[in-house]
Design a binder for this molecule. Sequence first.
Ligand code: ATP
Length: 233
Amino acid sequence: MSAISFKHLTKNYGSLFALNDVSLDIEEGEFFGLLGPNGAGKTTLISILAGLCRPSAGSVEVMGHDVQTDFRAARRLLGIVPQELVFDPFFTVRETLQFQSGYFGIKNNGDWIDEILHHLGLADKANKNMRALSGGMKRRVLVAQALVHRPPVIVLDEPTAGVDVELRQSLWKFISRLNQEGHTIVLTTHYLEEAQELCGRIAMLKKGQIVALDTTANLLARVNNSQTKDGDL
Ligand code: ATP
């Protein structure tokens, strides 16, 4: 079974097609990269997956559960790290994670929360108010929040935009470990270098369509080839 299956997904705003008939299967256990320039449709794809936005046509399944018709089951399987830093500023870091655990009906999640905080370098911030954290620290909390219910599929929407090298490295070490333990990881990024370091397979999105889908090694060979020929992918 695929971890995520996008089926003929279209999203249009009038004549603008943010997504145009996108079909894509991401298999269980993959570290998958969604690459594309500004406006390519990456966030729209993730928003539909997260149930935040309705497709104009097509459907998405998470491990066989349709996001439109079986949302709670699909959402339970997904850990989503969005781009926006939205928190209750008066919650502490720990309260933020406990609140998120509560959403999924999980009680007594303290040990797992401590482990996440430790791996994300947030242990000493556990009792700080969210409003007192730096942008990079808030981004770490976003990742922690996505993991509280131990989702088998983790989706990160440009998680390293504007964060320092140290966080990048600790974040990727932790996410790679989760992937080795069997979690499916989907990462959106603008950067081929970032995707090539981490992802086994990459889809390139452009103007709402998949223009390339291949293993990272094959895609890099095509990029190098097209650069020498000065062509497009
Ligand atoms: P970025 O890398 O800049 O985050 P992206 O690949 O995530 O870009 P999307 O945010 O999915 O791209 O946007 C795809 C297209 O859909 C863009 O042209 C964008 O302007 C358009 N779009 C997105 N949301 C809306 C909306 N609510 N109303 C109108 N157009 C929208």
